[in-house]
Design a protein around this ligand. Sequence first.
Ligand code: TA6
Length: 313
Amino acid sequence: MQLDKFAAPGRIAFRDGPLSPVAVVVSPYGSAEVSLYGGHVLSYRPVGHSPVLWLAESAKSIAPGKAIRGGIPVCWPWFGAAPRAGLPNHGFARTQIWSVVSTEYEKDTTSITLGLVPTDATRALWPHDFLLQLTVTVGPALVLTLETENTGAAPFAITEALHSYFRVRDVAGVSVMGLDGQPYFDKAPGGVDSVQSGPIAFAGEVDRIYARHSSAAIVNDPGVGRRISIEKTGSAATVVWNPAAGKGDAMADMAQGDWRRFVCVETANAGAGPIEVAPGAKHAVTATIASILLDKDGNPIKGREERIDVPSR
Ligand code: TA6
């Protein structure tokens, strides 16, 4: 693919990645990297903050067909276990090469839109015509919009997630707020229905689908001294995951102890009925991710966004 026409000095560049080019997206407020392999956000760093996303070392030498561990995998057209045997967990979007549709920048924001369309390989897995587009915008926050369009003649149904891995100092000290009182399905003990009481803590494996949670969640990380807020639209569910030592240390694409370094808070449509997309119709889900620094008493430091000078029009 000819990428030069999508580059803009100081705002959008492309570097080589292990399986595809990686877009480097820069705005006055921060930067992000997006791999065309998987339409996968690898990193996000607001100016003056430490990295917001956790990414495994194994991402540097990812093998074709394998999903990158960390960052923001796109789980689509299904979340979790495959609808029939032999199909990949979390769908196929995260292991396909996407193309660049467009890039643009304004004074405060820089965006890239990637697209995925059917191939013989995707039709063998899921026999539908679609246009899937991911727009990543770096501004005062990181905004991801995943838009599904049914370009075929028959309806189809999807589940999906922006499977965000947030980087934390030590998961043991982290809590996730905003889900108090929400019913959830707990996969960790083998599939139990429960109700959240207070913030989510990570004393062991957590693998939960909050299937009726369409509002914001906050990752509170006193270790780093910040909160990460995740606001969303078009998402009926939030998934929260950390594998803890037992499963985490057994995962081939993570180093020992890596499980301590992240929590996944996923903007999803999963766990309840799937989203039906009629021929010609579109469905969009948006996640807005912001990093908020805390003072020594744990209170948000307001009005402390830092900026850098970048080329403007
Ligand atoms: O979102 C949580 C989850 O579905 C967990 O059950 C866990 O398996 C995780 O995703 C990672 O899945 P992956 O296919 O990337 O290994």
